[in-house]
Design a binder for this molecule. Structure first.
Ligand SMILES: C[S@@+](CC[C@H](N)C(=O)[O-])C[C@H]1O[C@@H](n2cnc3c(N)ncnc32)[C@H](O)[C@@H]1O
Length: 204
Protein backbone atom coordinates (compact mmCIF):
# COMPACT_ATOMS: atom_id res chain seq x y z
CA UNK A 1 0.00 0.00 0.00
CA UNK A 2 1.21 3.50 -0.85
CA UNK A 3 2.76 5.33 2.19
CA UNK A 4 0.24 8.18 1.82
CA UNK A 5 -2.64 5.73 2.17
CA UNK A 6 -0.91 4.05 5.12
CA UNK A 7 -0.55 7.46 6.77
CA UNK A 8 -4.26 8.19 6.36
CA UNK A 9 -5.20 4.78 7.75
CA UNK A 10 -3.02 5.19 10.83
CA UNK A 11 -4.13 8.78 11.42
CA UNK A 12 -7.68 7.44 11.60
CA UNK A 13 -6.63 4.40 13.64
CA UNK A 14 -4.54 6.35 16.20
CA UNK A 15 -7.18 6.94 18.92
CA UNK A 16 -8.17 3.24 19.07
CA UNK A 17 -4.79 1.62 18.23
CA UNK A 18 -3.74 0.97 21.83
CA UNK A 19 -7.04 -0.64 22.66
CA UNK A 20 -6.80 -3.11 19.73
CA UNK A 21 -3.05 -3.67 19.97
CA UNK A 22 -3.18 -3.99 23.76
CA UNK A 23 -5.40 -7.03 23.34
CA UNK A 24 -2.89 -8.62 20.92
CA UNK A 25 0.02 -7.72 23.24
CA UNK A 26 -1.66 -9.78 25.95
CA UNK A 27 -2.77 -12.61 23.68
CA UNK A 28 0.61 -13.17 22.00
CA UNK A 29 2.98 -11.97 24.72
CA UNK A 30 4.23 -9.11 22.56
CA UNK A 31 5.10 -6.98 25.59
CA UNK A 32 7.59 -9.60 26.78
CA UNK A 33 9.11 -9.84 23.29
CA UNK A 34 9.55 -6.05 23.20
CA UNK A 35 11.25 -6.04 26.59
CA UNK A 36 13.66 -8.79 25.49
CA UNK A 37 14.49 -6.99 22.25
CA UNK A 38 15.00 -3.56 23.80
CA UNK A 39 17.47 -4.82 26.38
CA UNK A 40 20.09 -4.45 23.60
CA UNK A 41 19.18 -0.81 22.84
CA UNK A 42 21.97 1.64 23.70
CA UNK A 43 22.84 5.30 23.41
CA UNK A 44 21.34 7.33 20.57
CA UNK A 45 18.31 5.33 19.44
CA UNK A 46 16.19 5.87 16.35
CA UNK A 47 12.78 4.21 16.54
CA UNK A 48 11.08 4.18 13.14
CA UNK A 49 7.30 3.78 12.96
CA UNK A 50 7.22 4.62 16.65
CA UNK A 51 3.42 4.56 16.55
CA UNK A 52 1.76 5.31 19.88
CA UNK A 53 5.03 4.63 21.71
CA UNK A 54 4.36 1.09 22.89
CA UNK A 55 8.10 0.42 23.09
CA UNK A 56 9.00 3.54 25.10
CA UNK A 57 8.75 1.85 28.53
CA UNK A 58 11.36 -0.72 27.41
CA UNK A 59 14.27 1.70 26.99
CA UNK A 60 16.93 2.00 29.66
CA UNK A 61 17.34 5.50 31.16
CA UNK A 62 20.61 6.13 29.32
CA UNK A 63 18.90 5.89 25.89
CA UNK A 64 18.06 9.08 24.02
CA UNK A 65 15.29 8.23 21.59
CA UNK A 66 14.33 9.86 18.31
CA UNK A 67 10.86 8.64 17.37
CA UNK A 68 9.70 8.99 13.78
CA UNK A 69 6.47 7.99 12.12
CA UNK A 70 4.64 8.81 8.91
CA UNK A 71 1.42 9.37 10.89
CA UNK A 72 1.17 12.53 12.94
CA UNK A 73 -1.87 11.08 14.76
CA UNK A 74 0.09 8.05 15.98
CA UNK A 75 3.01 10.20 17.08
CA UNK A 76 0.73 12.49 19.08
CA UNK A 77 -0.29 9.44 21.10
CA UNK A 78 3.40 8.57 21.60
CA UNK A 79 4.16 12.05 22.91
CA UNK A 80 1.21 11.77 25.31
CA UNK A 81 2.44 8.37 26.53
CA UNK A 82 5.93 9.73 26.99
CA UNK A 83 4.52 12.34 29.35
CA UNK A 84 4.01 9.37 31.70
CA UNK A 85 7.07 7.29 30.75
CA UNK A 86 9.62 10.12 30.67
CA UNK A 87 12.16 8.81 28.14
CA UNK A 88 14.52 11.50 26.75
CA UNK A 89 12.94 11.83 23.33
CA UNK A 90 12.40 13.98 20.28
CA UNK A 91 9.98 13.43 17.43
CA UNK A 92 9.74 13.93 13.69
CA UNK A 93 7.17 13.03 11.07
CA UNK A 94 9.14 11.04 8.52
CA UNK A 95 8.88 8.19 6.02
CA UNK A 96 11.21 5.27 6.88
CA UNK A 97 11.82 4.79 3.14
CA UNK A 98 13.79 8.06 3.05
CA UNK A 99 15.08 9.03 6.49
CA UNK A 100 16.32 12.59 6.89
CA UNK A 101 19.46 11.71 8.87
CA UNK A 102 23.14 11.49 7.97
CA UNK A 103 24.89 8.12 7.70
CA UNK A 104 25.84 6.28 10.89
CA UNK A 105 24.47 8.74 13.44
CA UNK A 106 22.54 6.29 15.64
CA UNK A 107 23.88 3.58 17.95
CA UNK A 108 20.66 1.58 17.71
CA UNK A 109 17.78 1.54 15.23
CA UNK A 110 14.51 -0.06 16.33
CA UNK A 111 11.49 -1.12 14.29
CA UNK A 112 8.59 -2.96 15.91
CA UNK A 113 5.67 -4.32 13.87
CA UNK A 114 6.19 -1.99 10.90
CA UNK A 115 7.81 -4.07 8.13
CA UNK A 116 4.34 -5.38 7.32
CA UNK A 117 3.16 -1.85 6.45
CA UNK A 118 6.04 -0.62 4.28
CA UNK A 119 5.44 -0.57 0.53
CA UNK A 120 9.19 -1.32 0.04
CA UNK A 121 10.42 -3.19 3.13
CA UNK A 122 13.92 -3.84 1.76
CA UNK A 123 14.43 -0.15 0.99
CA UNK A 124 13.21 0.73 4.50
CA UNK A 125 15.69 -1.73 6.04
CA UNK A 126 18.52 -0.31 3.93
CA UNK A 127 17.67 3.14 5.27
CA UNK A 128 17.74 1.82 8.86
CA UNK A 129 21.17 0.29 8.19
CA UNK A 130 22.45 3.49 6.58
CA UNK A 131 21.69 5.71 9.58
CA UNK A 132 23.05 3.15 12.07
CA UNK A 133 26.72 3.17 13.11
CA UNK A 134 28.63 0.34 11.41
CA UNK A 135 29.13 -1.36 14.79
CA UNK A 136 25.61 -0.46 15.99
CA UNK A 137 22.52 -2.61 16.21
CA UNK A 138 19.32 -2.86 14.20
CA UNK A 139 16.60 -4.37 16.42
CA UNK A 140 13.42 -5.72 14.90
CA UNK A 141 10.26 -7.22 16.31
CA UNK A 142 8.13 -8.21 13.35
CA UNK A 143 5.36 -10.54 12.39
CA UNK A 144 5.09 -12.50 9.18
CA UNK A 145 3.99 -15.70 7.51
CA UNK A 146 3.66 -18.51 10.03
CA UNK A 147 6.11 -21.40 10.02
CA UNK A 148 3.07 -23.73 10.33
CA UNK A 149 1.49 -24.76 7.03
CA UNK A 150 -2.20 -24.48 7.95
CA UNK A 151 -1.91 -21.08 9.57
CA UNK A 152 0.32 -19.83 6.73
CA UNK A 153 -2.30 -20.88 4.19
CA UNK A 154 -5.02 -19.01 6.11
CA UNK A 155 -2.79 -15.93 6.12
CA UNK A 156 -2.21 -16.26 2.37
CA UNK A 157 -5.92 -16.65 1.69
CA UNK A 158 -6.87 -13.52 3.65
CA UNK A 159 -3.78 -11.41 2.94
CA UNK A 160 -5.43 -9.04 0.46
CA UNK A 161 -8.44 -8.45 2.66
CA UNK A 162 -6.23 -7.89 5.70
CA UNK A 163 -4.05 -5.38 3.82
CA UNK A 164 -6.99 -3.39 2.54
CA UNK A 165 -8.53 -3.27 6.02
CA UNK A 166 -5.42 -2.49 8.07
CA UNK A 167 -2.64 -1.59 5.62
CA UNK A 168 -0.72 -4.60 6.96
CA UNK A 169 0.66 -7.45 4.81
CA UNK A 170 0.70 -10.32 7.26
CA UNK A 171 2.29 -13.05 5.14
CA UNK A 172 5.71 -11.51 4.56
CA UNK A 173 9.06 -13.12 5.42
CA UNK A 174 10.95 -10.58 7.57
CA UNK A 175 14.20 -12.57 7.69
CA UNK A 176 14.37 -12.72 3.88
CA UNK A 177 14.07 -8.93 3.73
CA UNK A 178 16.85 -8.53 6.29
CA UNK A 179 19.11 -10.68 4.11
CA UNK A 180 18.09 -8.86 0.90
CA UNK A 181 18.87 -5.50 2.53
CA UNK A 182 22.41 -6.74 3.25
CA UNK A 183 22.16 -6.67 7.04
CA UNK A 184 24.11 -9.22 9.03
CA UNK A 185 21.82 -11.28 11.23
CA UNK A 186 23.32 -11.77 14.70
CA UNK A 187 20.29 -13.32 16.37
CA UNK A 188 16.83 -14.39 15.21
CA UNK A 189 14.13 -16.13 17.18
CA UNK A 190 10.64 -17.10 16.00
CA UNK A 191 7.72 -17.18 18.41
CA UNK A 192 3.99 -17.97 18.52
CA UNK A 193 3.68 -20.56 15.72
CA UNK A 194 6.59 -18.91 13.93
CA UNK A 195 4.57 -15.75 13.32
CA UNK A 196 6.68 -13.33 15.37
CA UNK A 197 10.38 -12.63 14.78
CA UNK A 198 12.74 -11.11 17.31
CA UNK A 199 15.75 -10.07 15.26
CA UNK A 200 19.07 -8.44 16.04
CA UNK A 201 21.26 -7.43 13.11
CA UNK A 202 24.36 -5.40 12.25
CA UNK A 203 24.18 -2.82 9.50
CA UNK A 204 27.07 -4.20 7.47
C1 LIG B 1 1.48 -1.60 13.35
S1 LIG B 1 1.99 0.00 13.76
C2 LIG B 1 3.32 -0.32 14.90
C3 LIG B 1 3.53 0.83 15.86
C4 LIG B 1 4.58 0.60 16.95
N1 LIG B 1 5.89 0.43 16.38
C5 LIG B 1 4.22 -0.60 17.80
O1 LIG B 1 5.04 -1.53 17.91
O2 LIG B 1 3.13 -0.62 18.38
C6 LIG B 1 2.85 0.52 12.30
C7 LIG B 1 3.37 1.96 12.41
O3 LIG B 1 4.22 2.22 11.29
C8 LIG B 1 3.93 3.51 10.80
N2 LIG B 1 4.35 3.54 9.40
C9 LIG B 1 3.82 2.85 8.36
N3 LIG B 1 4.47 3.12 7.23
C10 LIG B 1 5.44 4.01 7.55
C11 LIG B 1 6.46 4.65 6.81
N4 LIG B 1 6.60 4.44 5.51
N5 LIG B 1 7.30 5.48 7.47
C12 LIG B 1 7.16 5.69 8.81
N6 LIG B 1 6.22 5.11 9.56
C13 LIG B 1 5.37 4.27 8.94
C14 LIG B 1 2.43 3.66 11.00
O4 LIG B 1 2.01 4.99 10.96
C15 LIG B 1 2.27 3.00 12.38
O5 LIG B 1 2.44 3.93 13.40
Amino acid sequence: MDPREVREKYDAFAPSYDWAEGFLELLFGIKRMRRGLLRSARGKVLEVGVGTGNSLPGYSPDCVVTGVDISRGMMQQARKRNGRVGVAARWAQMDTHSLGFANGVFDTVVDTLCLCTYSEPVRALKEMARVCRPDGRVLLLEHGRSGRGTLARVQDKWAEWHESALGCVWNREPQDYVAQAGLKLTSARRKVFGVFHVIEARPT
